[in-house]
Design a protein around this ligand. Structure first.
Ligand code: ZN
Length: 334
């Protein structure tokens, strides 16, 4: 399916991000040019990257990949368990959604996109990362800490079948080929792999989910469902809003004070002169993982902030709510 409009919009997004305003695209070879451009600018070559703004340049906390024009990310820690599992985190690049705030790889119909566009985007990320779009199972996120065990009967729900569940922010499965899918634009994706029992978990942890400890809830659900031992889990904290970008008010911090012991507060938030706070969701999620028994050396924390990279990732804060959704995907290979 070739849509000249989305090509233009998508290219504009990258061009603006790079400040390359005089670059003229006239031919249908846009994707070749974009790839060449990405390579040259290092947008997806993270070792040499100077365009994708990273919090800790030099540390490889995430790898960028490009296939068929789709830019996506993986965690080196999770790549280590190799071909028994599949995981990725999407970017805005490589999809078919044409509205400027959705361009171009959007996974949500609730922000003004069509079902057809979203399904095509699912097919594209699936083809790029190497899994079957028809076996995707989507969350139904409402900032709860509910975790659902997904089985073969759930294949396709939220992709091309109706979801018969609500308020599901976390999912676990051990069914080969099933791919869990969760959605983001600043909130934190949490990935869990149990290589011993060949099971996975994927959870959406915004500030509410973090205070409610959906990370711990996911680990406990895997323990009950699959006999997972927390010390054998690999876990990753995915691209989301960084502390520098995330200002919150006192009422939010009051809940974090209640949930976390005083000695970790300095790690989690910083009070400012205006009475507001900068909140570190990455550190809070890491604390939750440690609290659930995951070993420190088995946790990888992203250094990609959605809000610092609004041309490449969707950010609710950076665009004042006018945005699409990124996707986090994880499954046991079929
Ligand atoms: Zn940031």
């Amino acid at each position: 399916m070739h849509n000249p409009d989305f090509n233009r919009v998508q290219f504009e997004a990258v061009k603006n991000e790079a400040g390359l305003n005089r670059f003229v695209m006239t031919s249908t070879k846009w994707i070749t040019r974009m790839r060449a451009y990405w390579r040259k600018k290092g947008v997806w070559n993270m070792e040499k990257n100077d365009r994708l703004r990273r919090k800790h340049p030099g540390e490889e906390t995430m790898r960028a990949h490009e296939r068929g024009g789709v830019l996506y990310f993986t965690f080196p820690l999770l790549d280590r368990v190799g071909d028994r599992f599949v995981h990725c985190f999407s970017s805005r690049l490589g999809g078919v959604s044409s509205a400027s705030h959705l361009s171009s790889m959007n996974f949500s119909v609730s922000c003004g996109d069509t079902r057809e566009n979203v399904q095509e985007n699912f097919r594209r990320i699936a083809a790029a990362a190497g899994f079957d779009a028809g076996r995707i199972v989507c969350s139904a996120q409402t900032h709860t800490k509910h975790v659902r065990v997904m089985t073969e009967q759930d294949a396709g729900k939220g992709y091309d079948r109706e979801q018969d569940y609500r308020d599901v922010d976390g999912m676990v499965t051990n069914v080969p080929g099933l791919v869990l899918a969760t959605f983001y634009a600043d909130c934190v994706p949490l990935y869990f792999i149990d290589p011993v029992h060949e099971a996975v978990g994927l959870s959406h942890s915004g500030w509410r989910g973090t205070v409610a400890d959906i990370a711990g809830e996911t680990v406990r659900t895997m323990q009950e469902a699959y006999g997972t031992r927390p010390k054998e889990l690999l876990a990753a904290v995915g691209p989301s809003i960084c502390q520098d970008c995330y200002e919150v008010s006192e009422d939010v911090i009051a809940q974090f004070r209640e949930q976390y012991p005083k000695d970790v507060w300095p790690e989690l938030f910083e009070e400012k002169e205006n009475g507001k706070y900068q909140l570190n969701l990455w550190a809070a999620c890491r604390r939750n993982l440690l609290g659930a028994g995951v070993l420190s050396e088995h946790i990888q924390v992203t250094d990609l902030c959605t809000c610092c990279n609004p041309g490449i990732l969707f950010s609710h804060r950076a665009t004042k709510g006018k945005r699409g959704n990124l996707g986090g995907f994880l499954g046991v290979r079929g």
